[in-house]
Design a protein around this ligand. Structure first.
Ligand code: TYM
Length: 337
């Protein structure tokens, strides 16, 4: 099985990213051929600081390596080093419905947050994301719950491409991928506003736990987490704050919701919050330690990216030969040198 996922470059990766995506990336390395990239091109769709971009890519790459991604066991690279992603993105735009792009929640949220320019690339972002995955003919895409709509769209794009350009093919040229969502932890909420997802762009500062936060900061954020009326530690739609803390604890400890509710049946909110903070700190401390060890060696990171891009291009160049051929773009593949 081939697995693909991407992550945006920022050193401010949070607990939602960690639980919803980074941990699953590490686990998926065992399940098949895993391919991961830091999507720097996606990060240009909203205002950003060019001088900080490369640093942010390194920061993110090192968080992934520190969490357990092993470049010997997976293909790990920087998106912009593999130009087939952007070429395929353009080609797939011809089988992407404008109306579908117009319905994307993420576009509406992000466009609404822009003060000056709403870029065209923010609108076409999901096509590049589809190209990321379809270029590898990957079967599974481990992501958090907030990416469901984007995964649905990439499936539609693959189906439409196959129907339009290879209606009679026995083996369709593009694989229609499936999203892979964690049963527990696919949607971690903001600790201050537990009806909103944890996010560094749309969430609250105090409600967002960063992977690189100091243990004291993590403890403080959990101590101040919003809980709900009542005193019972149980999951319920009326208790979004407590339900979120139960979800975090369950995900980090690798146990079920019932086990958490049983463990804290007689506990008070304060003690429970302390226990969640402790579990999160225990989980993140080794990642932070490895991060400090690995971050300085940027030459090594560039070497990892270069080796990853070479392996990635061995796959994507073949997909692009097939796609160009089917679309009638460029010379026939049999006459290509
Ligand atoms: P990004 O960088 O915003 O987020 C990285 C991953 O973290 C997940 N995530 C969460 N999971 C649980 N709870 C949360 N509160 C939470 N917030 C974020 C996201 O679902 C994501 O899996 N568009 C993608 C990047 C991308 C991509 C791809 C992903 C580009 N190309 C191809 C998969 C395949 C994004 O913005 O992720």
């Amino acid at each position: 099985m081939r697995i693909f996922s991407g992550i945006q470059p920022t050193g401010r990766k949070h607990l939602g990213n960690y639980i919803g995506a980074i941990e699953p990336y590490v686990q998926h390395q065992e399940l098949g051929e895993a391919i991961y990239c830091v999507v720097d091109l996606h990060a240009t769709t909203v205002p950003y600081e060019p001088a900080r971009m490369r640093e942010s890519v390194y920061d993110t790459a090192v968080i992934l390596l520190a969490a357990g991604l092993d470049p010997e066991r997976c293909i790990f690279f920087r998106q912009s080093d593999v130009p087939e992603h952007t070429e395929l993105s353009w080609l797939l735009a011809s089988v992407t419905a404008f109306g579908d792009l117009n319905r994307m929640h993420q576009f509406k949220d992000k466009a609404g947050a822009q003060r000056d320019l709403v870029s065209a690339s923010l609108f076409t972002y999901p096509i590049l994301m589809a190209a990321d995955v379809l270029a590898y003919r990957a079967q599974q895409v481990p992501v958090g719950d907030d990416q469901r709509q984007h995964v649905e769209l990439m499936r539609d794009i693959a189906v439409r491409f196959n129907a339009r350009f290879a209606p009679d093919a026995e083996t369709p040229p593009l694989v229609v991928p499936e999203g892979a969502y964690r049963e527990i932890g696919a949607r971690i909420m903001d600790l201050q506003e537990p009806t909103r997802k944890m996010s560094t762009t749309g969430g609250t500062e105090q409600g967002t736990v960063l992977v690189l936060d100091e243990p004291k900061t993590i403890e403080r954020k959990f101590k101040r987490a919003v809980t709900d009326s009542g005193s019972e530690i149980v999951r319920s739609p009326e208790k979004p704050g407590v339900s979120n803390l139960i979800e975090i604890y369950a995900a980090v400890r690798g146990i079920g919701f019932e086990a958490v509710e049983a463990e804290f049946a007689d506990a008070r909110y304060g003690d429970f919050k302390g226990a969640v903070a402790e579990a999160v700190v225990a989980r993140l401390t080794p990642v932070q330690e490895r991060y400090s060890e690995l971050r300085a060696d940027e030459a090594r990171l560039e070497a990892i990216f270069a080796a990853g891009a070479e392996k990635a291009r061995a796959i994507t160049s073949q997909t692009l030969v097939d796609v160009r051929e089917l679309m009638g773009v460029g010379p026939r593949s049999s006459t290509r040198l």
